[in-house]
Unconditional design. Structure first.
Lengths: 581, 196
């Protein structure tokens, strides 16, 4: 049976069919759905781990125990998981182990555009790259088999257009894989210098065997076209773009992007007149060719930044400028915004009002940096808000007015904020950290996390007690406050920023999109009382509209959260609708 | 049949993702190769959202570029204008005549253009401006405006009505099935009144 599937869903299906026992992940666009779909299969134990490093360690444990395991993350997550990655390359596996990493060329939903293929080379781990959903399913099954055959973890590299495109997939049945016997073997599983030195030799031998495997495998294939005037070496989504742009020319489609097949490439190169390498982001394949003395055209014509497309290839390589109408002018942009009813709005309104410097973090709340809230100063990576605040304090020293807070979501705090907070306490900082506890991981589409008390399957579990946790690491000043209680929240923020010791404010109010959150009715403007002072506009609520001669509420968007009632000094905003009318 | 490209444009929350899935399912049932491309994450928070559906004998690239869309299905008129250049010059453009202000307009920094429909119609013949929101309201749930739009679009394809019904049955939650089928039929009927 054929089914239309997202690349991510096809990865999940492949893991299921290949008898995977354990699947772990930390959510991150565009990888999240892999593990969400896996969680629908009861035959596989699946979990949201606190971060990618833990996720990979759990998958490694499952593999050592003899079960097949899959660990998924977005490209920046692999940075977090890099530590175990580089050493599991040395230990090798027992049950098959595959790491799925989703890159985001064009940065649809990411803070950088890094190319994960470098990790394969640096960690000496083979990497496959599928070009559609069918290959997603086929490749993960193949990678699990090869992982066991070559005693190495495998990486599957996806990009946004593979992960989030649907195409047809032939569905198969699950084949149960009995657990492989675990044998104690400190030479293989305990990486200390004496053992690791021996394992490194094994890794280098393994890479050689994999390089010769790359020459023969059907994962890499030559498609001779009607013409050999043009030859294209490509992989992943760029194969699709190339096919559409070049048509009936010759292709070397690489399914295995590390290690690369030197002989196969040389053979292909020798038979075509002009050789192009088409790859998004860095010149990973191109540099290999140039190092081997094979001339080709790649990044001299095509960019290192952003996504490619068939049109871009036609334009930059074939010199075909498509005849399209000019761009439409005067179209106001539509940036993403915090939703109506978003609990973060109360926090950022207050921080802005107090003119605080805000070190920020990764999540929906990064939108608090946008106009009109403009209440965030920095955003680097998961957890960075806390370390950055501490570093600012230490650099500014005695002259520091300390009018500064770090802002971090509950899931991000669990991911990698705790260690930063311990650092503040240990190294005698006085920063204030606001944990935005909205009871869910919001931006990636509502995944539970350790602070919510629910597992990936929605089962109840022990909930991290954030107050006790902060107390235990040495924070005495921990306040829990509802950010929609603007008066109280403002007071708490002022007091904690003033305090000459580290403090944590837990801003507690659930995400407005949660089913358990039920606001009623809507707000309306009493035009007799409204002085058009526009203070309510500072909330950046999409339901509050400045028409140019007054304020109106877009009733279709307003969810009735009533936050705006608290900012109007003239009581011109009134609740309407709902059960009290 | 040569490939048909449908670009669906809307505002986060209007249901473009579900729409693309219904289109994809219908095309598969009709025996075609299909690719559907979506973007998740940050873009969904009230931002401009587009999805691509490409249907044909063999589809390679999942994305649609400027001047390539046979059909532009737009849930909001400013989004129609924004993505207009992605339509072929003789392409079909179906616009839900609804205005949703983006943040720069809401805060009074920019103006919502008042000549959108005339700009879209300029030099084009295949433009259909419909009030899907009104139809959805009459059905009692504004959320189904996306399926009303699907119904309208269905008339412009060679795929039979029964196949569309099956695709909707497969894609939407059982609880909302009856309502969605009705929404589809209303959109389909609406397209009849427009046929020339």
């Amino acid at each position: 049976m054929k089914k239309l599937m997202l690349g991510n869903e096809a990865i999940a299906r492949g893991a299921y069919e290949a008898g995977v026992k354990v699947a772990t992940a930390y959510p991150g666009t565009p990888s999240t759905e892999i593990t969400e779909f896996i969680a629908t299969y009861d035959e596989i134990f699946s979990e949201w781990s606190p971060n990618e490093k833990v996720a990979l360690e759990v998958a490694i444990g499952a593999s050592f125990a003899g079960g097949r395991a899959v660990c998924s993350m977005k490209h920046v997550g692999l940075n977090v998981a890099a530590d175990p990655l580089f050493t599991v390359s040395y230990t090798g596996v027992n049950g098959g182990l595959v790491i799925c990493v989703a890159d985001d060329p064009g940065m649809h939903s990411s803070q950088n555009e890094q190319d994960s293929r470098h990790y394969a080379k640096a960690a000496k781990v083979p990497m496959l790259e599928p070009a559609d959903s069918q290959e997603c399913k086929d490749f993960i099954k193949k990678a699990l088999e090869l992982s066991e055959e070559f005693d190495t973890p495998f990486i599957i590299r996806l990009t946004t257009r593979i992960a989030h495109s649907q195409s047809l997939v032939e569905i198969g049945e699950r084949v149960e894989m009995p657990l492989k016997q675990y044998n104690k073997d400190i030479g293989k599983y305990v990486m200390m210098p004496a053992m690791a030195r021996k394992r490194h030799v094994i890794v280098e031998e393994r890479m050689k065997r994999l390089a010769s495997y790359a020459e023969e495998t059907e994962l890499n294939r030559i498609e001779w076209g009607g013409s050999t005037d043009i030859g294209v070496i490509t992989s992943g989504i760029c194969y699709q773009y190339s096919k559409e742009a070049f048509g009936d020319v010759s292709y070397l489609k690489l399914g295995m992007v590390y290690p690369l097949p030197e002989k196969l490439i040389a053979e292909f190169a020798s038979k075509v007149k002009t050789l192009y390498v088409i790859e998004e982001l860095d010149p990973f394949i191109e540099e290999f060719l140039k190092q081997k003395g094979i001339s080709c055209i790649g990044k001299e014509k095509l960019p290192v930044t952003g996504e490619y497309s068939a049109g871009l290839i036609r334009k930059e390589i074939l010199g075909i400028n498509e005849d399209t109408a000019g761009l439409q002018e005067n179209v106001p942009v539509r940036p993403p915004v915090l939703c109506p009813g978003c609990p973060h709005r109360g926090v950022f309104y207050t921080l802005r009002k107090n003119r605080l410097t805000v070190t920020g973090d990764i999540g929906c709340y990064t939108l608090g940096s946008m106009s009109p809230l403009e209440a965030m100063d920095t955003c680097v990576c998961m957890g960075a808000s806390i370390g950055v605040a501490h570093g600012m304090e230490k650099a500014l020293g005695d002259g520091d007015d300390r009018r500064r807070v770090a802002v971090i979501g509950d899931s991000t705090f669990i991911h990698s904020g705790i260690t930063g907070l311990i650092d503040i306490v240990y190294n005698k900082g006085t920063s204030t950290v606001i944990i935005l506890d909205n009871s869910i991981t919001g931006m990636t589409g509502h995944q539970p996390n350790p602070a919510t008390g629910y597992t990936i399957k929605g089962e109840k579990t022990r909930q991290v007690d954030l107050v006790k946790l902060c107390n235990a690491i040495g924070i005495d000043r921990v306040r829990v406050c509802d950010p929609f209680n603007l008066e109280e929240f403002d007071k708490v923020v002022k007091e904690e920023v003033e305090a000459n010791e580290p403090s944590v404010i837990i801003a507690q109010r659930p995400c407005a999109l949660l089913k358990t959150v039920k606001y009623e009715g809507y707000v309306r403007v009493n035009t007799e009382k409204c002085k058009y002072c526009k203070v309510c506009m500072r909330l950046g609520c999409p339901a509050i509209v400045d028409t140019g001669d007054g304020i109106i509420i877009n009733e279709a968007l307003c969810g009735g959260c009533e936050l705006c009632l608290g900012v109007c000094r003239f009581n011109a905003l009134e609740k309407a609708g709902g059960s009290n009318e | 049949m040569s490939n048909v490209s449908v670009l669906i444009a809307g505002v986060g929350g209007q249901g473009t993702l579900l729409t693309s899935r219904v289109l994809g399912a219908a095309a598969v049932k009709a025996g075609y190769d299909v690719k559907v491309s979506e973007v998740h994450g940050m873009a969904q928070r009230g931002g401009s959202v587009i999805t691509y559906v490409k249907i044909g004998e063999n589809v390679n690239s999942p994305i649609i570029e400027k001047g390539e869309a046979d059909i532009l299905l737009c849930f909001e008129k400013l989004e129609a204008l924004r993505w207009l250049d992605y339509a072929k010059k003789d392409g079909t453009i179906i616009v839900n005549d609804q205005r949703i202000d983006p943040m720069p307009v809401i805060i009074g920094r920019e103006k919502y253009p008042d000549d959108i429909i005339s700009r879209i119609k300029a030099g084009r013949s295949g433009v259909f401006v419909i009030d899907a929101l009104k139809t959805a309201k009459e059905l009692g749930n504004i959320k189904v405006l996306n399926i009303v739009m699907v119904g309208f679009l269905a008339r412009k394809t060679g795929i039979k009505k029964e196949i569309w019904h099956e695709a909707i049955r497969e894609t939407v939650k059982a609880k909302f099935l009856a309502l969605n089928l009705k929404a589809f039929d209303e959109g389909y009927k609406l397209a009849e009144s427009y046929s020339n």
